[in-house]
Design a protein around this ligand. Structure first.
Ligand SMILES: [Zn+2]
Length: 312
């Protein structure tokens, strides 16, 4: 084997975190981990699910595929190297990425998407089977877990997974993988498991992947070790959180803003209209409305300062 071929094989081993295939007809769950390289608990969660499935003899039906997304950023533990990998999933950009030869890609993230599509295209481009894409993320502030998914009948299948559902953010964030998979006709979601590098974030992610696998018939709880404990854990995590909320406001950061969130905000913390939330170059930033705080930004990389959501 040539050195280049050898390297490609090693790279692919790192990218493919888990793959179980029971049959050709059942649903397929495709879990993407580490789209943002500093959110490496997604990778750990898929590995843990892989271990649990191995211990319990695999799936009851369908297929489970777990893939690492932005490998160079994961290695460096940064959100991204050149551009946010979860903001360029437009059909025209993906088409260009598919056509551009490896080595002529403009950014590291586009190169990563090209590699990723080699694994994903067989699932994206087919319509015979039910495919469920889940993109695993974590965030920089404390507070509860949640699920971002587009409105519509496909999201009805995700009700009752012990996770607040947030509608409207998928519209507000352009170029996300979730949006792309949804527009290709698949069930798609981003699962925000908790704060980066908190151990319960990892547990939340594992629990959610198990509940999702149960929901689509891939596993039977009775056959899977610790399923009950994971379900109990995530129910407790979500107990005090609203079930369904929608986006009412998004604060966009521009490069020269010098945005700084005021300390102490958490996900699902209630905010009042007029409350002082952050500062930037032009002065104080106040809440334009009442609602719950979501994803206040406490890290350097990122273009969204905070979101305000309201119960549906
Ligand atoms: Zn993320």
């Amino acid at each position: 084997m040539s050195q280049a071929a050898e390297k490609e094989k090693v790279d692919r081993n790192y990218r493919l975190l888990s793959h179980f295939k029971k049959d050709r007809d059942g649903a397929v769950i495709v879990a993407l981990a580490g789209m943002h390289g500093n959110e490496n608990y997604g990778v750990a969660a898929v590995r843990k699910v892989n271990e649990l499935l191995e211990q319990s003899g695999g799936l009851t039906a369908g297929e489970f595929l777990g893939i690492a997304a932005n490998m160079p950023a994961l290695q460096k533990r940064v959100r991204y190297l050149d551009e946010d990998m979860n903001r360029i999933w437009y059909p025209s950009i993906l088409d260009k990425i598919r056509r551009t030869p490896t080595g002529k890609m403009l950014t590291s993230e586009r190169q990563q998407i090209k590699e990723l599509l080699k694994e994903l295209d067989p699932y994206i481009l087919q319509s015979e089977r039910e495919v469920i894409f889940v993109d695993l993320h974590s965030f920089s502030a404390p507070g509860g877990l949640f699920l971002i998914t587009p409105r519509g009948e496909r999201s009805d299948k995700l009700v009752g997974l012990s996770t607040p559902m947030i509608f409207g953010i998928d519209d507000a964030l352009q170029g996300t993988a979730l949006r792309y998979f949804h527009e290709r006709g698949h069930t798609a979601m981003a699962f925000e498991g908790g704060m980066h590098h908190e151990s319960r974030t990892l547990t939340n992610m594992v629990a959610f992947l198990l509940l999702l696998s149960e929901r689509f018939g891939l596993i039977q709880p009775a056959l899977l070790k610790d399923f009950g404990a994971y379900r109990k854990h995530i129910r407790k995590e979500a107990m005090h959180l609203p079930q369904k909320v929608e986006l009412v406001y998004k604060h966009i950061i521009e490069p020269e803003d010098q945005f700084v969130m005021r300390p102490g905000f958490e996900n699902f913390q209630r905010v009042r209209k007029g409350e002082w939330l952050a500062n930037d170059e032009s002065g104080q930033i106040f809440s334009p409305c009442e609602g719950y705080m979501l994803m206040p930004l406490y890290q350097d990389q990122g273009d969204d300062g905070f979101f305000i959501v309201r119960e549906v």
